[in-house]
Design a protein around this ligand. Sequence first.
Ligand code: SF4
Ligand code: FES
Length: 342
Amino acid sequence: MSEEVKKFKVTIDGQTTEVLPGTSILEAARQIGGKSVPPAMCYYSKLETSGGRCRTCLVEVSKGSEADPRPMPKLVASCRTGVMDGMEVKNLTSEKAQEGRKAVTEFLLVNHPLDCPVCDQAGECHLQDLGYEHGNLETRTEFERNTYDADDIGPYIKLNMNRCILCARCVLAANQLTEKREHGILYRGDHAEISTMLNKALDNDFIGNVIDVCPVGALTDRTARFASRVWFTKPYNATCTCTKCSGKAVLWMKGDEVVRVTARKDQYGEVEDWICNECRFEKKDTALWNIEGPRHIDRHSVISLNHYEKKTDSYNVLDNPEAKEIGVADEKEINKLDSETI
Ligand code: SF4
Ligand code: FES
C-alpha cells in the first residue's frame, strides 16, 4: 500500500495552499495564481536546472516554518527555495521584496540598451514589464555600457548580445532539446557573453525554441525581424500535420499574412509544446495550417490589450478556487495593496 505524502501548507501574501515537499516557493505561488506570483526571468519550469541566476523572483520569508518560525534573514530567490510546512511568504505585501526587485531591475538594466522602440521583443518582453513596474527614470551609472555587434548565429537566428541578461535559458534549451549544443556562455563576470563555438551555426532541428525561451530581445527570428510591431499582429492557434513536433503553434497574422510563427505559451510565458524549425521558420502560408481561432495571450503585456478577442473577467488576485477554500487572506486588503503596488 502506498503511503500518502504529507503536504506542506504555505501562505503567500495571505493566501494559503498545500503543496508536495520539494516544491519551490515560486511553484507554490503559481499554484495559487494571480498577482502574488513573483516574476521569473531565468527560471523555466520545462528546463531542468534553470533558475537562480537573475534574482527577479526575490521574496521575503516572514516565517520559516511551523517548527522554526524565525523569519529568513535575507530575501530569497523563490525559484530556488523549497517550501517548509507552515512557511509564510510575502511578495506583493513586502516592501523589502519590492525594493529588492527594484534593485535587481536596475542591475539588469546596467548594460541593457533602452532600445524598446526598435526591439522585436517589445510588447512581450519580461524585462520591459519589470522596467515599467520597478524601473528608475534615470540611470545612476556613469560608465559606458558593454556593447557588441549583432550577430547572425545561424540561418534563422540573430543574436543581439547587448540585450542579453545571461539567464542561460537558451543554453539549457539547446542542451536539453537539440542533439548537439553549439553555443554557450563564454568568459566570466561582466565579460560573460553568449557565443557560438568557432565557425558554428545554430541549425539543429529544434534550435528555434531558444528564441521563445529568451526573456528579452537578445535572440530574434531572422525570418520575422522588423516585420511588424507585435501589437499590430493578431495571434491565432493553428495546427499542422508535422511529423517532427506537435504541430501546435501560434500564427501571428497581419491581415492574411503570417508574420511570425511561435510555440504556444502559458500564462507565465513558458512554451507549452516545443515546435520544430520547419514549422517555425518555413511555414508562413496559411494553406499549410488549420487555423483554430484567436489565441488568448495570458500576460499583462501590451499584446493582451489588443482587441482581437472579447475581454474576459478582470484579473483577480485570488483566482485559484482551491486557494480560496483554504485561504486565510483578507481579500480586500490584498486587492488594496495590489492596486497600490502595480
Ligand atoms: S540570449 Fe536570451 S535566453 Fe540566452 S542567456 Fe541571453 S537573455 Fe538568456
Ligand atoms: S527566476 Fe529566480 S533567480 Fe531568476
